[in-house]
Design a protein around this ligand. Structure first.
Ligand SMILES: NC(=O)c1ccc[n+]([C@@H]2O[C@H](COP(=O)([O-])OP(=O)(O)OC[C@H]3O[C@@H](n4cnc5c(N)ncnc54)[C@H](O)[C@@H]3O)[C@@H](O)[C@H]2O)c1
Length: 340
């Protein structure tokens, strides 16, 4: 069978991870083309991955008849339009989260996705492909925790990434802390509980980086949520974890509790020195979710080969963005918000 020719749009922090995974880990696929608005990234794509077909315009890239599928890793505000264009060109689509930033626009996009049922669509909720999260999900589904009562999630970027985040948020619309960061946790809450979220109350504070005020961005935010069956969720999102990349999830049920990555350790090394007992921390998302990013891309390519749709759907993107936007609205209005 011929390799699946992939065109990637966006060669920034996320795009580079996907590009490398295709080249190094997915023998059934070929990184055939890349699209970016930054010249320097073309040099990188040629040098690192040997990509020959380089474009500054997405619509031009998808005109290339040799492309079978696209990976969308452009800034979040471009996702819906690029998904629609690629779907209408007959291509399979993997899109980074969030699926979009506006509910009506996402709904229109889902109509187009649904009208092409033979093309694969997958959304980048890679945590669902992480081994620990999959193991925990299996235990929860088997009933080890009894009935869930509360889910607590931390998703905090390292402060070392703040400069690059400010650049990202200055040049494009991140969608805000909840759409950008918490969508992963919102998706986990929905995935673990099998429930939709019906009500949210969110708060935020800029303390270490007041310059984020100017960008309309938050450094730390928290949201309390109620699910349809009255299960509760507490989400903390932030951009200022001084020790590294902190993603942690806790599930509490009637028969017990379960934690995933309670301490976000880099590996099994423990250092004993003048600071005491030191466990190095995972430093960024490509490091913490390295295997999950590979596994989600393998799933995308397998789905194309097998002609089946992946478990992470466009509707998961719609529902998570709905909740994230309700959190943004709650911050703005200081009110408890019912999710539509
Ligand atoms: N799954 C995850 O954990 C995760 C982590 C980080 C980022 N993301 C998502 O990935 C996307 C990209 O984020 P990033 O951090 O890599 O951003 P980035 O700023 O590092 O990179 C953006 C890339 O898009 C390109 N680009 C910008 N405008 C474009 C346009 N009009 N046409 C074509 N290319 C264009 C830029 O040249 C750059 O290559 C965002 O939607 C973000 O939410 C997901």
């Amino acid at each position: 069978m011929n390799k699946i020719n992939i065109g990637i749009v966006g060669l920034g922090r996320m795009g580079q991870t996907h590009a490398r995974n295709i080249v190094v880990n997915i023998p059934e696929a070929n990184l055939y083309a890349a699209c970016s608005v930054a010249e320097i990234e073309f040099e990188y794509a040629k040098r690192e991955f040997g990509v020959k077909e380089l474009y500054q315009n997405f619509e031009e890239m998808i005109e290339n008849p040799n492309i079978d599928a696209v990976i969308i890793a452009s800034p979040s505000g471009f996702h819906t339009e690029q998904i629609r264009l690629a779907m209408e060109k007959g291509l399979h689509v993997f899109s980074e989260k969030p699926i979009g930033l506006d509910i009506e626009d996402i709904k229109e996009t889902i109509k187009i996705i649904d009208s092409h049922p033979n093309q694969i669509f997958q959304l980048g909720f890679m945590r669902r492909y992480d081994e620990s999260y999959q193991y925990a999900k299996k235990l929860v589904d088997e009933g080890i925790l009894g009935e869930l009562t509360l889910i607590r999630c931390y998703g905090i970027d390292p402060s070392t990434e703040l400069e690059s985040f400010v650049k990202f948020a200055t040049s494009s619309n991140s969608g805000g802390l909840f759409s950008d960061m918490s969508v992963h946790d919102i998706d986990l809450v929905r995935w673990f509980s099998g429930q939709e979220i019906k009500r949210v109350w969110a708060l935020g504070k800029n303390a270490a980086y007041p310059e984020l005020d100017e960008l309309g961005e938050l450094e730390t935010g928290a949201a309390m949520m109620q699910l349809k069956d009255e299960t509760m969720a507490i989400l903390v999102a932030g951009r200022n974890a001084v020790h590294g990349y902190h993603v942690e999830t806790e599930l509490i049920g009637t028969k017990g509790m379960l934690r995933i990555a309670q301490q976000p350790e880099k590996n099994l090394v423990t250092i004993f020195n003048e600071q005491g007992i030191v466990r190095p921390t995972t430093q960024n998302f490509p490091e913490r979710f390295r295997e999950a990013f590979i596994r989600e891309m393998k799933e995308f390519v397998s789905c194309i080969i097998d002609g089946r749709q992946p478990n992470v759907t466009a509707n998961d993107g719609l529902q998570s963005t709905k909740v994230a936007l309700a959190c943004q609205k709650s911050i703005k209005t200081k009110q408890l918000i019912d999710v539509e």
